[in-house]
Ligand binder design. Sequence first.
Ligand code: NAD
Length: 494
Amino acid sequence: MAAITVTAAGKVIEVPTGLFIHNEFVPALKKTTFNTENPSTGEVLGSVSAATEEDVHKAVASATIGFKTWKSTSGPARAKLLLKLADLVERDAEQFAALEAVDAGVLFGDSLGMNVPQAVANLRYYAGWADKIDGKTLAMDGGVAYTHREPLGVCGAIVPWNAPLMITIWKLAPALAVGNSLIIKPSELSPLYALKLAALIKEAGFPAGVVNVLPGDGAAGRALSENMEIRKISFTGSSATGRQILKAAASTNLKRVNLELGGKGPSIVFDDCDLDNALLWTRIGITAHNGQICAAGSRIYVQRNIYEKFLAAYTAMAEASPAVVGDPMDPKTNKGPIVSSAQHKKILGYIEQGKQCGARLLFGGEKIGEKGYFVQNTAFADVAEDAAIMKEEIFGPVASIAPFDTEDEVVSKANDTLHGLSAAVFTNDISRAHRVTTALESGQVTVNAWAMLSPNAPFGGVKESGYGRDMGEDALEGWTSVKAIKYAILPPKL
Ligand code: NAD
């Protein structure tokens, strides 16, 4: 089977380019392919097989066989393979980081320091659960019942490009730990990490069909969502696509759907906080990975009596440490490219709207260079509540800042959004922290930092940010169904 050779910072990485079906790399049945490009340069890295509906059927047939084997594999044996996969991903951490850098524009150092270790940690965390999926014993009138949690069957994971390995493992690890088989559809913008992962699935020794990987575009995702045999789709991506998947499930087999959608995260800075700490995290919250993070802290509310001081320090901080823009493989680079030309245009469009809507441009506001898709870190102050840049997810390095006076006012502003994925609160008043974290409509809230992640802490949204959880014990519920087995206790025969 063909392969793409990626050479990045002296590393030569071979990635198979076929679909991964039943532990083999194969061309798409209709020989369809698509190109994947390096967003730093706009150059094509190579051509990858593109799954169509026929390939989805083939993968589902494989996954059905895989499920039969896997669900009857013991918990400890499943754990052993997940641990083996964790070791292999860790062994090849630099290769994954390089692939995320050249294919998705993730900084090599960010991937190596965060995305890959998080993926490994999640594999190990869920390996620990594989032999602990227990039920309850229930007393009943006239009998007794017990419950056990069963895998759902063949499931699908449709994932985005922004932190692709980590988000894929958020789904793969719990799905497999409890005995499901999984078909992964990576984003057409970043397929290479998934093909590398597929090679490690085989190397780890998973039975054929337990994991299939189908690169392809939205049509492949649609075919998965409409498939009558698939029992669940776990999706991370945009709200628009999430709705399509939900509709497809509703009009076919009512498969379960978990949705991890976009966000417009508020970061709330109270006057009693550690200001240096708040400045640091509100900056990281919108500049990390160019703001291409669903949990990005893109709305920054600052209490009025420290508002101008905050803005001056926020601007000074940006000026004192200008972004080092360039190749995400270069360790000196701290600002990589936007993932695609379309996303680049969208961000620049929002920046233009910011300039037109009467907000105060603190810094940034321009694209960088002509090659690749780069854009300056940008901050607007005095942004009106109804401005598009305050309301809509930009998925770029654009902060919208506004003042507030009271706790009630800021909670009401923070909640006045269709989203509810992630929020941050900066205060040294523990009672205030408790009141505000409780009042925020958000799947997660971080106090005095931004978007902390841990494999044992659930991640997901409320409102139009979706439902269902990745990570933590809570995610296991989404990958199982509970069966109640009831025994009538008969009286002794006389
Ligand atoms: P996207 O919705 O365009 O694509 C996500 C995936 O869905 C891709 O694999 C794509 O091929 C597939 N897809 C597209 N159309 C489909 C269809 N009709 N049916 C089924 N699948 C289809 O999103 P994106 O541009 O890759 O990612 C950016 C979005 O993802 C942002 O809105 C961001 O907030 C969100 N996101 C959310 C989280 C989270 O955990 N909540 C994490 C990362 C990104």
